[in-house]
Design a binder for this molecule. Structure first.
Ligand SMILES: [Ca+2]
Ligand SMILES: [Ca+2]
Ligand SMILES: [Ca+2]
Length: 641
């Protein structure tokens, strides 16, 4: 049951691909900012990400056994003892060793950490926190300076083979698998497997946490404010009871207003919808249902290491599905109420959320400036420790709200090389960037530098929910939950992190943007694939293992010194010879075409305020091997109905 590349759906190419986002962007002037010339980055080296994981205490062996202890240790005596006697003697020895250890610790000025016997005759000292390498060095040196100490070793967390057994995780003959979860690697060769400089290194973060469940016991709830959720076996055990905030019956599709069932009934728009209500749906593309919320939930926390389907970022994630979007978009009022509810704040007429989220992912956006309704909600969430992550948008232009609001982690999308993805918006409001998929069919350089998107959960239903499935997805909608997933690992490791610390953490731990003499920096004149700078794509490339190092102890975190990774591949040279990936005129055309006419009804404008971040290209994989196979001639029954 391998992903079947024949299931590729003919993607829409070029300007026509920019559906709702582009429409929204049609009301915006292109950004007037000028990216900082040469502001590019500090630096990256793939090797630098593999710092030692924190140790869970120190194992200390004391020198010499005192006479009274030695007598108890006589080998002949041991052989003659019953099991019960041996046990009693071991306990007596342990008590003696603990007593001696306490004296040694007191002399060394190390307090009285918890201890327990380990191995033949050593003690494990637990200092009540993970020990970073510098801690290990300092404590071990102090202990070794004591004459009674024979040896000290860190109680390292030996790494599991951090390769989950989900079959689609690995590459196969027909799929590149979940390349977006793999460790960072890179060379200037053209081999696809070597072009992973843009990924966050989630698999390496799993090694830092010891498992994909993060080092701490706390589970950080991630609210996905989106189209709702569909049943999927690869989400079993990952979901909390959510809520449906879609209040407008005309777009709700489930027959009622707000209710306690966040199931996604489908958000597809038909020509009949448009004909029946042109004021509301006239500006929407005819398209199949997107299952956008299910896709995003899978990126954050698909059931992992369960021998089925795909892996997610946080193996023990708790995803709170909050439905805000119906057919053709979401309304600001519903989004704002949903944000407050998700964070555990009161919303009139709705029962309190018993599982407050620390992270709220919003992969929707509107073209207007951030407004007080959004900003007040964001600030109220920050006051209770809940951070908002938002997609920058897909129109090659300026960052959309709420990503453009203050105290939001706005996310731009990169391709696997680490360059800005063709479609991604960019600008000073971006906090950090990460992979979001970059269709091979878009831009002049797509065939050379694009990728096949993020492989995760999907659904085969055209309008109503159908069979659970898997598919590849591209868009800033899918870069944002990559950041949300990493934030959940950070918060699970250290629930005390504040919102300013979370934002500071992803910024300071980010790797420098990649660079190349062959790739011009992102600008209004070069809005397609381009070299990111700190002015256009945030502080850098999201770095999951470094973000976790920050989370473990923000006060002492120092980012490793890294140089910008320079890319000089044959494919990039070939691409550069073709001219720019997306000339500014093309981008303007794309936005103008998507923008449609100016005769939008009042109802539609209300929706436009938050217009859907277009679900971009996707490729579906049938969950069941018995699903009828699809071919290029007979495409999967998918989208763009
Ligand atoms: Ca409803
Ligand atoms: Ca409902
Ligand atoms: Ca799975």
């Amino acid at each position: 049951m391998n992903p079947d590349p024949a299931c590729s759906v003919s993607p829409r190419v070029g300007p026509r691909a920019f559906s709702t986002w582009a429409l929204a962007a049609g009301f915006l002037a292109l950004a007037a900012w000028v990216p900082g010339a040469g502001a590019a980055s500090s630096g990256l080296s793939a090797a630098a990400l593999s710092q030692p994981a924190p140790a869970a205490g120190l194992i200390v062996k004391l020198r010499d056994v005192p006479a009274r202890d030695a007598a108890l240790l006589g080998a002949n005596a041991e052989r003659a003892m019953t099991a019960a006697q041996a046990q009693a003697r071991a306990e007596a020895q342990s008590a003696l060793r603990a007593e001696r250890m306490n004296k040694v610790l007191a002399v060394a000025g190390l307090g009285q950490p918890r201890q327990r016997p380990v191995g033949r005759a050593a003690q494990l000292l637990d200092f009540g926190r993970p020990l970073l390498p510098a801690d290990v060095q300092r404590l071990a040196d102090t202990l070794r300076s004591q004459p009674d100490v024979e040896w000290v070793v860190p109680n390292d967390r030996e790494q599991l083979q951090q390769v989950p057994n989900d079959p689609y995780f690995a590459a196969s003959a027909s799929s590149t698998g979940q390349w977006w979860l793999r460790p960072v690697s890179g060379s200037s060769a053209n081999a696809v497997a070597d072009r992973l400089r843009g990924v966050p290194g989630v698999q390496s973060a799993w090694a830092v946490t010891g498992t994909g469940n993060a080092a701490g016991n706390a589970q950080a709830v991630v609210a996905v404010l989106d189209t709702g959720i569909t049943a999927h076996p690869d989400l079993d055990g990952q979901l909390l009871p959510g809520f449906d905030f879609v209040s407008d019956l005309a777009i709700a599709t489930d027959g009622d207003g707000r209710d306690a069932d966040p199931s996604d009934p489908g958000d597809g728009v038909s020509q009949a919808d448009k004909d029946a209500n042109p004021a509301l749906f006239g500006g929407c593309d005819v398209q199949r249902s997107t299952w956008h919320g299910t896709v995003i939930a899978g990126i954050v926390g698909a059931s992992t290491d369960n021998g089925a389907g795909v892996a997610g970022i946080h193996w023990g994630a708790r995803v709170l599905p909050v439905r805000v979007a119906g057919k053709c978009g979401a309304e600001v009022a519903d989004i704002v109420d949903a944000m407050r509810w998700a964070a555990g704040l009161p919303v009139v007429g709705v029962p309190l959320n018993p599982n407050p989220a620390r992270i709220v992912n919003i992969s929707f956006g509107g073209s207007a400036a951030c407004n007080p309704a959004y900003q007040e909600a964001i600030d109220d969430l920050a006051a209770v420790g809940t951070v908002v992550v938002a997609a920058a948008g897909n129109g090659h232009g300026s960052v959309k709200r709420p990503a453009s609001c203050a105290r939001v982690i706005g996310v731009a999308a990169l391709n696997r090389d680490g360059f800005k993805a063709n479609y991604s918006n960019f600008g000073p409001a971006v906090v950090v960037s990460t992979v979001g998929g970059d269709p091979t069919t878009e831009g002049a350089w797509g065939a050379l530098l694009g990728d096949d998107g993020l492989l995760t959960l999907d659904n085969l239903g055209l309008r109503e929910p159908g069979a659970a499935s898997y598919g590849n997805h591209s868009g800033t909608s899918f870069a944002a939950p990559v950041v949300a997933g990493v934030l959940s690992l950070m918060l699970s490791s250290n629930p005390a992190l504040s919102v300013p610390q979370l934002i500071d953490g992803v910024r300071r731990s980010a790797r420098p943007h990649v660079a190349s003499s062959l790739m011009a920096v992102c600008s209004a004149q070069n809005p397609g694939r381009c070299a990111c700078t700190v002015s256009t794509c945030g502080a850098g490339i999201l770095d999951a293992p470094q973000a976790l190092q920050y989370a473990l102890d923000p006060a002492v975190y120092v980012a490793p010194a890294r140089q910008a990774e320079v890319i000089d591949s044959g494919d990039l040279r070939t691409a550069a010879a073709l001219g720019t990936d997306l000339p500014p005129d093309d981008a303007a055309t794309a936005q103008a075409e998507g923008g449609g006419g100016g005769a939008l009804g009042v109802g539609w404008l209300a929706l436009l305020a938050t217009g859907v971040v277009a679900l971009r290209h996707r490729r579906l994989i049938a969950l069941s091997s018995t699903h009828p196979s699809c071919t290029a001639r007979s495409p999967c029954p998918t989208r763009w109905s």
